[in-house]
Design a protein around this ligand. Structure first.
Ligand SMILES: Cc1cc2nc3c(=O)[nH]c(=O)nc-3n(C[C@H](O)[C@H](O)[C@H](O)COP(=O)(O)OP(=O)(O)OC[C@H]3O[C@@H](n4cnc5c(N)ncnc54)[C@H](O)[C@@H]3O)c2cc1C
Length: 336
């Protein structure tokens, strides 16, 4: 296993930020882990981090430890019962290619999550979601390796504690578990989720199946979101904030067009709307900015540094706080 020193990871993060990992290695086979872990044992203080597609990361600084690029490949249909097909994919599989592969196998359930960048292994980290579906809706179990002991453990749906852009791996024990593979449970009798704004309109007159819906989602996403290959970004930069009901009711009086959806005993409101109202859509400071079609997406127009993107994000947070009394929380992992 080759461990590189001071490795530039500009090509490995979708913001296209020039940053370095002090140590870097690519993990293609699980068998290769033993030698990496033995090497890491000799540097007990060295932080370790796992990298998939780098589409949910903001490198404000270089990473001062060992960055393990997870490249494990494999996908298979495991079997079926009366209600579901069971499909497994290794962590390094490209998420969108995996979704399209399930569609090619006439399997349904993941179609609304088409075209989300990144890998299968990172998808449970923040319980990826889009167009009314979250990963947890089709999740069965995952296998993860404990970086401390080398033991592989299975995590059920309950054990993963999925929440809105959240999981056990993200909030409770970040950095401890390397997700190795994920098993999905795909329904034999799918219920199509087409109520999300903009989806139904694209499907008028079409016979619904996973491919038709996946194609529609791809086309909507391509019209709304910047392609990281052309304009660096990490998708939505802020989570939609959850606010107490009383605060929501008072905001609704002041700002009648604010939108919100009940989530438990709180209201989830649109971070994009809040940012837009503060006049940030399409704004730019140097090469850091927001996308002109979507205020929630921070972009790198070319040669912004991680610090410039982060400073820009801080200005947005301060401005939304001033105007609405709401503190926005970044969605990507920020390396400070
Ligand atoms: C244009 C665009 C659109 C997007 N749209 C959406 C969307 O609709 N919905 C959504 O939820 N997200 C969206 N995202 C965010 C992102 O694509 C997802 O969060 C994706 O799952 C990140 O995958 P990744 O492999 O790139 O993860 P990375 O950015 O490499 O890593 C993200 C986190 O996961 C950890 N990690 C990575 N692999 C592993 C592993 N095998 N084991 C343990 N930890 C690991 C990393 O350490 C890090 O903490 C979008 C991003 C972009 C650029």
């Amino acid at each position: 296993m080759q461990i590189r020193e001071n490795h530039n990871i500009k090509a490995l993060n979708t913001f296209g930020l020039s940053a370095h990992a002090r140590y870097f290695c690519s993990l293609h086979k699980l068998g290769g882990l033993r030698s990496i872990m033995q090497w890491a044992d000799t540097y007990p203080e060295l932080p370790v981090m796992f990298l998939g597609g780098g589409s949910n990361m903001l490198f404000v600084k270089d990473f001062p430890g060992l960055l393990v690029h997870v490249r494990l490949q494999d996908r298979e249909i495991l079997g079926q019962d009366d209600d579901y097909f069971y499909v497994r994919a290794a962590a390094g599989e490209n998420w969108h290619e995996f979704v399209r592969w399930t569609v090619d196998q006439n399997l349904a359930g993941l179609e609304n999550l088409s075209l989300i960048p990144g890998t299968v292994g990172a998808a449970p980290m923040q319980n990826i979601g889009a167009y009314g579906v979250e990963l947890k809706d089709c999740f069965y179990e995952l296998q993860a390796l404990d970086w401390r002991s080398g033991e592989i453990r299975e995590f059920s749906l309950e054990a993963c504690r999925f929440g809105y852009r959240d999981s056990y791996f993200k909030s409770v024990e970040p950095g401890r578990w390397l997700i190795v593979s994920v098993v999905f449970r795909l329904p034999r009798k799918p219920e199509w989720k087409t109520d999300y704004a903009g989806v139904k309109e694209r499907l008028v007159g079409k016979v619904l199946n996973a491919r038709v819906i996946s194609d529609a989602i791809i086309s909507i996403r391509q019209s709304k979101l910047p392609d990281p290959a052309r304009l660096g970004n990490a998708g939505s930069f802020f989570k939609n904030p959850l606010i107490p009901l009383a605060q929501w009711e008072s905001l609704k009086v002041q700002f009648p067009t604010i939108s919100g959806w009940p989530q438990g005993n709180k209201i989830k409101t649109s971070a994009g709307w809040l940012i837009d109202q503060c006049g940030w859509k399409g704004k730019r400071e140097g090469d850091a900015g927001t996308y002109d079609k979507h205020a929630l997406v921070l972009v790198n127009h070319g040669s912004a540094s991680g610090e410039q993107i982060w400073d820009f994000a801080q200005s947005i947070i301060a401005s939304v706080q001033d105007s609405f009394g709401i503190t926005l929380e970044p969605e990507p992992r920020v390396i400070l």
